[in-house]
Write a protein that binds this ligand. Structure first.
Ligand code: PMP
Length: 282
């Protein structure tokens, strides 16, 4: 079951006019919210990032936080299994094709839910391969925009190279992955690029930094140079669905000793404990 403009319906029955600006221009924003045991994780933070994205494209939020929560919970109830990944997107709506904002139209609001697939035991034990390349995206990567063509092309580069993710560098510094945030470990310190216009402010990124602080793991939020990226003892990838995933190779060379390292093990354990404690309280 999906949600479209106020109604819940089977996916097959959902219809969007071809002049929707999401289809024509990619003129919209989205969110992906992980749901554990039917409880949306960090919902407030996802909704506030959604507001930031809407502000970034100058589109009014069609719903209050309470209305979003009610609709998301209903969608989760209507779907299986217990752990889901809720995708929501808002586009500027349907209008005759013209770049400038149309007046007096309603936005299109769409939500769907898929089973949440988190990293397998094998992935957590072996880690994933990555490649690196220049970040050729625009300068508003903090907006979670549906126009993802650069990210699509960048991620496909990884797939073509038999890797799981493409790590992006801009002007000699790490930004993020094509669809994830990236952390490096150097001299036992967790290094995180600062949240600015060059990366998406990940909800998982924030959780990981909070967890590092709570377990006494040294962490620095600052620019991470190309050199630090390539000489890191560990690299980690984070996202709402990938949670905390160890990266064990970069451009065909092992990261550290080529195995998931101690910082990953600590953060992964902390993440799982935290997730379950939040769900129990919910
Ligand atoms: N950066 C990009 C470009 C992303 O697409 C994502 C989400 N897939 C992330 C970072 C991670 O964000 P979050 O932890 O909120 O899922």
């Amino acid at each position: 079951m999906i949600y479209l403009n106020g109604n819940f319906m089977p996916m097959e029955e959902a219809r969007i006019p071809v002049l929707d600006r999401g289809f024509i221009f990619g003129d919209g924003v989205y969110e992906v919210i992980p749901v554990y045991s039917r409880h949306p994780f960090r919902l407030e933070e996802h909704l506030s990032r959604l507001q930031h994205s809407l502000d970034g494209i100058r589109l009014d939020n069609p719903h209050s936080a309470g209305e979003w929560e009610e609709r998301i919970r209903r969608l989760v109830e209507l779907n299986e299994p217990e752990d889901q990944s809720v995708y929501l997107q808002i586009t500027r709506g349907v209008a005759k094709r013209d770049h400038a904002f149309p007046k007096g139209i309603e936005p299109t609001v769409f939500m769907m839910s898929n089973p949440l697939v988190t990293p397998s035991r094998e992935t957590l034990e072996k880690g994933v391969a990555t490649i690196s390349t220049a970040d050729n995206r625009w300068l508003r990567c903090d907006i979670k925009a549906t126009s993802l063509l650069p990210n699509v092309l960048l991620r496909q580069m990884a797939v073509d190279a038999g890797a799981a993710e493409t790590i992006l560098l801009r002007d000699g510094f790490l930004t993020e992955g094509a669809a994830s945030n990236i952390f490096a470990v150097k001299n036992g310190i967790l290094l995180a690029p600062p949240k600015d216009n060059l990366m998406l402010p990940g909800i998982t990124y924030d959780v990981v930094i909070e967890l590092a602080q709570s377990i006494g793991l040294p962490c620095e939020v600052r620019q991470v140079s190309e050199n630090e990226l390539f000489s890191a003892s560990e690299l980690l990838l984070t996202s709402s669905t990938k949670e905390v995933t160890p990266i064990t190779s970069l451009d065909g060379k092992p990261v550290g000793n080529g195995k998931p390292g101690p910082v990953f093990e600590k953060l992964h354990a902390a993440y799982q404990t935290f997730k379950h404690s939040v769900m129990r309280r919910a």
